[in-house]
Design a protein around this ligand. Sequence first.
Ligand SMILES: [Zn+2]
Length: 231
Amino acid sequence: MKKWIEDLLELQTIDMRIRNMKMRLEMLPKEKVSLEAEMKKEEGEIKSKSENTKKTELAIKRAESSIAEVNETIKKIQANSAMVKKNNEYQAMMSEIAQNKAKISDFETEEITLLDELEKAKTELKAFEKQYHAKVQTIKENLSELQQMEGEVREEINRLIAERAHKENGIPQDIIRLYSRLLKTTGDPLVKVNNDICGNCHLKLTPQTLTESRKGSVITCDNCQHLLYME
Ligand SMILES: [Zn+2]
């Protein structure tokens, strides 16, 4: 194999690695955004669950203070009962007490329902909290790993760029110019000829191109212009 082919294949190996590293680097912000969204979702869920618990606790307090208020009203009515002389007034007072007692009963029923709800909400919150801490921990770890990876990838790219500059120096300028132009497109710039077919576009090569390639000349595909070599 000609020296230019060997050298260019080595340069290409470095460049393909740089290409992969850059692609990886481009994907990292997306991964970060998705992890942060996951974190927000978890935080939102725990917030809504804990607010739910607080709301129920408040409703219970309201029901309790309503019961206390109605009890006060009943006490006042009873305190005034000594002054009631007439039978119809007495009946009216008794009916008022009965109405207030019915109110208390309603509030008590409401309170029992709320206490059940509170217990359920608290159990749910506790169960969620357990998972939540583990999940948040994992997300945080992944985020810090991502950050570390970004640093490592950047370092690796810089190292490879220095390595490629050194390699590039030993290759003739005209070949490098051709190669550099192809490097900006997709696929490998320098491809192997397999069964008279171009390794990039997979079309059959002309006899003249094949002859030149067999000799180890600097030759490109008639169709896709990629550099060709034979083993
Ligand atoms: Zn081709």
